[in-house]
Design a binder for this molecule. Structure first.
Ligand code: IDP
Ligand code: MG
Length: 136
């Protein structure tokens, strides 16, 4: 069964929507395997977002994701990597489909509530980075 890495970002924690994010996944029948509440260090944030290291928004991205508590999670389900991206919606909440997490709870392209892995390779990489574990 497929696993993905989902993380409620500092704006989602601050705005009190952790439970609603979790509910969206539970309603789909997905299973929560791991979760924590933690404030991550810049070193971990830089590794997590290393694909974006040359982008002009990278410093702001690292500073935002380390600015307060986040909720990293591992979820499991059929085709969950792709399905989670649909539940989450487009990166910019203004462009996200109505009914998606980002459309409903996001406020800007940087404060967009939640992260979700975009591929099998990145799901494995991100799960190992945050939980030092593989679930197979
Ligand atoms: P994703 O989270 O939808 O996968 P990515 O392109 O992987 O989007 O970007 C990672 C994160 O970087 C986004 O969730 C968003 O918070 C931030 N980001 C992406 N593009 C921009 C931008 O143009 N300006 C500011 N922040 C951005
Ligand atoms: Mg991404």
């Amino acid at each position: 069964m497929e696993q993905t890495f989902i993380m409620v970002k500092p704006d989602g924690v601050e705005n009190g929507v952790i439970g609603q994010v979790i509910a969206r996944f539970e309603e789909k029948g997905y299973k929560l395997l791991q979760a924590s509440v933690t404030t991550i260090k810049p070193e971990l944030a830089e590794k997590h977002y290393e694909a974006h290291k040359d982008r002009d928004f990278f410093p702001d991205l690292v500073s935002f994701i380390t600015s307060g508590p986040v909720v990293p999670m591992v979820w499991q389900g059929e085709n969950i990597i792709e399905e989670a991206r649909k539940l989450i919606g487009a990166t910019d909440p203004k462009k996200a489909e109505p009914g998606t997490i980002r459309a409903d709870f996001g406020s800007s392209i940087s404060t967009n509530v939640v992260h979700g892995s975009d591929s099998k390779e990145n799901a494995l990489r991100e799960i190992e980075l945050f939980f030092n574990t593989r679930f197979e």
